[in-house]
Design a protein around this ligand. Structure first.
Ligand SMILES: Nc1ncnc2c1ncn2[C@@H]1O[C@H](COP(=O)(O)OP(=O)(O)OP(=O)(O)O)[C@@H](O)[C@H]1O
Length: 307
């Protein structure tokens, strides 16, 4: 459903340019429920905003279904946001109207977009487990309940893709589990593709695939073997355990990102030597060549003279 290839996003301000995404590749299948993790500033929200049509890519390829988000016109983008994608933020509930009921809050955007469907509004609140709180004013609901109203609203336009940026960032563990269970149900029963950006490793650990972003590029991927992944292997993500297999991501040109911790441990800086023994590829610190050792290993001789 989603294909990003060599995706670049550059933010330009008066004096500086920030390269938020530098040639990111990612493929997300229709009907997938997956998570994106990464340190602060790695480009997660930038990616999500581009996929949600809130921000424009600078270069590369980004396709969602039949939509090409690099070439899309402003008018088509409005259509895309209205019909294809739903968005959930950490503090979504802030955008809700406190003196309206939960149901009225779901109905209102439906009315504004000309798709008023009261039966569907009720069904959405049932899906998020709030049928008993439908007629309560928003201010009477807890933070977690308000976030569930926000999830119901994000589905009001029947999107095929749901993007959630830190959806459990400001709720307790029990509510976070409940929100994840709602996502799992929506994914299974409605077939909505769901992409979650999160810092919450326990949440990431409960989905089938997790993609780690580092410095604006996809660096590694964790695929579930069984269910949960919680153990920290020291690789910096805290995700690889017995339950998930970690893979390094290679782009089309064969480039990969080597974790900084590995490079530091081997004091590799700028150059490395690479060997292939028929089964494995080994990356090592370059051999230090002293004057007494003579010719450098990467030089070659032509016509008897060293070049
Ligand atoms: N509107 C903007 N203008 C200029 N720079 C920006 C803008 N938005 C993001 N950036 C920069 O782009 C980089 C990636 O930011 P982004 O918000 O995508 O990271 P993130 O991984 O979501 O971080 P966090 O987890 O802290 O939200 C950062 O260096 C950030 O400062």
């Amino acid at each position: 459903m989603i294909t990003c290839e060599g995706l670049v996003k550059i933010y330009k301000t008066d004096e500086i340019e920030v390269v938020a995404l530098q040639g990111l590749n990612i493929q997300i299948d229709a009907g997938e429920l997956m998570a994106i993790i990464g340190n602060s500033g790695s480009g997660k929200s930038t990616l999500l905003n581009i996929l949600g049509g809130l921000d424009r890519p600078s270069a590369g390829q980004v396709k969602v279904g039949d939509w090409d988000l690099l070439k899309i016109t402003d008018k088509q983008l409005v259509d895309y946001k209205r019909h294809t994608v739903g968005f959930i933020w950490q503090n979504n509930a802030r955008n809700l109207v406190s003196y309206l009921t939960a149901l009225e809050n779901v109905e209102m955007p439906m009315m504004l977009s000309g798709n008023y469907d009261p039966a569907y509004a009720k069904q959405l609140l049932e899906w998020v487990g709030l049928s008993h709180r439908m007629n309560n004013k928003l201010q009477e609901l807890s933070g977690g309940e308000q976030q569930r109203v926000a999830i119901a609203i994000s589905l009001a336009n029947r999107p095929r893709l749901l993007l959630a940026d830190e959806p459990t960032g400001s709720v307790d563990t029990k509510t976070a589990d409940m929100i994840l269970a709602i996502f799992q149900r929506l994914n299974k029963e409605l077939g909505v593709t769901i992409v979650i950006v999160t810092h919450d490793l326990s949440m990431a650990g409960k989905v089938g695939r997790v993609v780690a972003i580092r410095d604006g590029m996809t660096s590694s991927e964790f695929i579930a073997r069984n269910s949960a992944m919680t153990a920290d292997d020291g690789s910096g993500t805290g995700l690889a355990g017995d339950d998930h297999e970690e893979y390094v991501v290679l782009d089309r040109a064969g480039r990969l990102q080597v974790p900084k911790a590995y490079l530091t441990a081997l004091q590799i800086d700028g150059k490395a030597s690479m060997e292939f023994d028929g089964e494995k590829i080994m990356i090592k610190a370059p051999k230090v060549i002293t004057a007494s050792e003579g010719t450098a290993p990467n030089s070659h001789t032509v016509g008897g003279k060293t070049k």
